[in-house]
Design a protein around this ligand. Structure first.
Ligand SMILES: *Cc1c(COP(=O)(O)O)cnc(C)c1O
Ligand SMILES: [Zn+2]
Length: 397
C-alpha cells in the first residue's frame, strides 16, 4: 500500500503513516504524500457531495475510521467579499476567508481536529502541544473531547485569555519561562518520554498540514477558480505550506492549472522568514522577538529548517514574503473592524497591513483577485490593542 506515506522533505525517505515527528535518516520534515491514484479517487467521491466542513474532505487525508474522528464542525468558513476596503483600494475582487469563526476562534482547530483524530487512530495515550496561545486552546478543546491526556506548554508572553481558554477546556497548562522556542523544546521532550503525539502546530506534526490544506479546497469551491494572491500571516509557516499543499495536490491531478501566489506576512519584531527572503539568505532565528502580534511571534530557534520549507512553498508559487510594523498592524486591525465588521487579533490584521504595502509598491494590481486569510478572532488578544484597557472614564450614575 504505497498510496499514502510520510515522506521526508529533505532526503525523500519514505515511512508508513505513524506518529513519528521527524525523518529517522536525516532529521528532516515529514509530510503526508499520496499517489495520484489516491487523490483522483478522493476527488471523484468529493465532487459528488456537498461540503460543509473540513471532514467532508476526509478522502484526501490518510485513512481515519469514523469512530476516531474528533470534530467540533471546524472549517467550512465563509469567504467574504470586501464591503468597502476593496473599493477604497480599487480592487474589484478582494475577499476575506474568515477563520475566526472556527469553534475555538482560530484556524488552528483544523490542525487540532485532524491531529487528535490521528492520535486516536494511532492509539496514542495522550497529546502534548507547545503554543503561543491559539494552538494550545485548540489542542485542549479537541484533546479533552477525544478523552486523551492533554498537556499544553505555553511561553511567558501568551495572552491571558488564551491561557484561560485552554484551562477552561480542561487541558493541563504548563507555563515555560522564555519565548515560544523554549516551550517548543519542552513539549518535544515530553512527547518523546511519554509516547504522546506532539500536536504542536509547527512542522513537527505532519497531519496538521492536511487540515490546513482544506482551506485551499474551500477557497477553490467558493470562488470556482484559483485566486491570483492569498495573503497569509506566518509564524513558523505550516499555515502557508498547508495552503500550498492543497493547491499543489489539485494541480497534480489537473483540477487546476495554476497556483495562487502565496504572500507570507510577518511582524517586523519577529520576522526570521521575511528577513531571509529579503536578504536572499538562509533562515536565522530571531534573537529578541518583540511584537504585539504574539500568535506569529516565533523565533524558530533550533528549528530554522521550518523557515526553509516555508520559503520553498513561497518560491514554488512565485509568491513573496514581507514585514509590517506594529503601528501598521494596529491601524489595519482598526480598519478591518471599522470598515468590514471583522474584529481580528493583531496576528491576523498583519494581512491588511501587508496588502497596503503590496498595492503601494505596485505588486498587486487592480485586476488581481486577492484573498486575505483572517486567522484568529480579536477577542482572543484584545489587550494587545489596548494594553492598559483603552481610554475609559468613570461616571457617577
Ligand atoms: C498560528 C497562527 C498563525 C501562524 O501560523 P503558522 O502556521 O505558525 O505560521 C497566524 N495567525 C494566528 C492567529 C495564529 O494563531
Ligand atoms: Zn530525511
Amino acid at each position: 500500500m504505497d498510496d499514502c506515506l510520510l515522506v521526508c522533505h529533505q532526503c525523500k525517505e519514505r515511512y508508513p503513516i505513524g506518529k513519528q515527528n521527524k525523518c529517522k535518516n536525516c532529521g528532516g520534515i515529514l509530510t503526508a504524500e499520496y499517489s495520484d491514484r489516491y487523490l483522483k479517487r478522493a476527488w471523484k467521491q468529493l465532487n459528488k457531495k456537498e461540503k460543509h466542513g473540513m471532514w467532508d474532505y476526509k478522502e484526501t487525508f490518510p485513512p481515519v475510521s469514523d469512530e476516531d474522528i474528533v470534530t467540533f464542525r471546524e472549517g467550512g468558513t465563509q469567504l467574504l467579499p470586501s464591503i468597502s476596503i476593496g473599493e477604497k483600494l480599487g480592487l474589484s475582487q478582494l475577499y476575506f476567508k474568515d477563520e475566526t469563526k472556527n469553534p475555538t476562534g482560530s484556524f488552528k482547530d483544523r490542525s487540532a481536529s485532524i491531529c487528535v483524530s490521528m492520535a486516536k487512530a494511532l492509539s496514542c495515550p495522550g497529546i502534548v502541544a507547545s503554543s503561543s496561545g491559539n494552538g494550545g486552546a485548540a489542542a485542549a478543546a479537541y484533546g479533552v473531547k477525544g478523552n486523551l491526556d492533554t498537556v499544553i506548554f505555553i511561553p511567558e508572553n501568551t495572552p491571558a485569555d488564551k491561557i484561560s481558554q485552554a484551562i477552561f477546556y480542561g487541558g493541563t497548562v504548563i507555563k515555560v519561562k522564555g519565548n515560544f522556542s523554549k516551550a517548543y523544546h519542552a513539549a518535544a521532550d515530553m512527547a518523546e518520554k511519554k509516547g504522546y503525539m506532539n500536536v504542536t502546530t509547527t512542522f513537527l506534526n505532519p497531519f496538521g498540514l492536511e487540515g490546513y490544506k482544506t482551506i485551499s479546497f474551500e477557497i477553490f469551491d467558493q470562488m470556482g477558480t484559483v485566486p491570483d494572491y492569498i495573503i497569509i500571516p506566518v509564524g513558523d509557516g505550516p499555515i502557508l505550506y498547508g495552503i500550498y499543499k492543497g493547491f499543489e495536490e489539485m494541480k497534480r491531478i489537473e483540477m487546476i492549472k495554476k497556483l495562487p501566489k502565496l504572500v507570507c506576512i510577518q511582524a517586523k519584531g519577529c520576522a526570521p522568514i521575511a528577513k531571509a527572503w529579503k536578504e536572499k539568505r538562509k533562515v536565522i532565528s530571531c534573537k529578541n522577538p518583540m511584537t504585539i502580534a504574539s500568535a506569529i511571534s516565533d523565533p524558530l530557534a533550533g528549528y530554522e529548517q521550518d523557515g526553509e520549507i516555508t520559503i520553498d512553498a513561497i518560491r514554488a508559487t512565485d509568491g513573496r514574503a514581507l514585514m509590517v510594523e506594529d503601528f501598521q498592524i494596529l491601524e489595519a486591525g482598526r480598519e478591518l473592524a471599522w470598515e468590514e465588521g471583522l474584529f481580528v487579533e493583531p496576528s491576523s490584521a498583519v494581512v491588511l497591513a501587508g496588502l497596503h504595502q503590496l498595492i503601494g509598491s505596485g505588486i498587486i494590481e487592480k485586476k488581481d483577485s486577492c484573498v486575505c486569510l483572517l486567522t484568529g478572532h480579536g477577542l482572543k488578544d484584545c489587550s494587545s490593542y489596548y494594553p492598559k484597557g483603552g481610554k475609559t472614564a468613570w461616571i457617577n450614575a
